[in-house]
Design a protein around this ligand. Structure first.
Ligand code: E4P
Length: 222
């Protein structure tokens, strides 16, 4: 399973990229606003230099003609930009036009299997179903992931990858991995939570203490 980080914070991205476990980045207008970046274009360029994998940059307009121009502009920033478009009729038209031209496209704001079928037909590189936002309205977000993975598997010609979005906690990731979702985009805080287990901390503390009792040093050994 590929891990993308869901943030527009360049320092967080640099830090997480240094783990060697990061495969890509997703941003959205809300995350860009939170980052305080003065130039969206420059920010995406900087992120693309840090992470060689797909970096999602979202269009701001909602009409076909303007979204297409914005998408073409964003795609010029770097080869690893995935243009993010909303799951609307105009957004999917832009998806088709850009993907026909060889640009990666991430279709965002997917909340139903029917929408995911449309995105695949429009040639999306990624479909982003939002798990957490469905959970927030008392709907089983993970069922949407199961449904989309199952549907896409029926059609080997579909190359669209299921990119689990709106991830709120480690269990979302584990459940998505169990059903074979291709990618999860995860907030930095949740990525750090993935490492944590109290028995790991307890076990390590005991090993460190017992090793000290031996009085030895591995690096000083002859
Ligand atoms: C995905 O690309 C979105 O940026 C993101 O996952 C949305 O998450 P949220 O529902 O926590 O805002």
């Amino acid at each position: 399973m590929k891990f993308f980080v869901d943030t527009a914070d360049l320092n967080e991205i640099k830090d997480l990229a240094s783990t060697g476990l990061l495969d890509g980045v997703t941003t959205n207008p809300s995350l860009v606003a939170q980052s305080g970046a003065k130039s969206f274009i420059d920010l995406i360029g900087q992120i693309c230099e840090v992470v060689p994998g797909p970096v999602s940059a979202e269009v701001a307009a909602t009409d076909y003609a303007t979204m297409l121009k914005e998408g073409q502009r964003l795609a010029k920033i770097a080869k690893n930009v995935a243009v993010k478009v909303p799951l609307t009729p105009d957004g999917l038209k832009v998806c088709k036009a850009l993907s026909d031209d060889g640009t990666m496209v991430n279709v965002t704001l997917c909340f139903s299997p029917a929408q995911a079928i449309l995105a695949a037909k429009a040639g999306a590189t990624f479909i982003s179903p939002f798990v957490g936002r469905l959970d927030d309205i008392s709907t089983d977000g993970m069922q949407l992931i199961r449904d989309i993975v199952q549907i896409y598997r029926q059609y080997p010609l579909i190359k669209t990858e299921v990119l689990v979005a709106s991830v709120r906690h480690p269990l979302h990731l584990v459940e998505a991995a169990k059903v074979g979702a291709h990618v999860a985009t995860i907030p930095p805080k949740v990525i750090r939570q993935l490492y944590a287990h109290p028995l790991t901390d307890k076990g390590l503390a005991a090993f460190v203490a017992d090793w000290a009792k031996t009085g030895q040093s591995i690096l000083d050994a002859a």
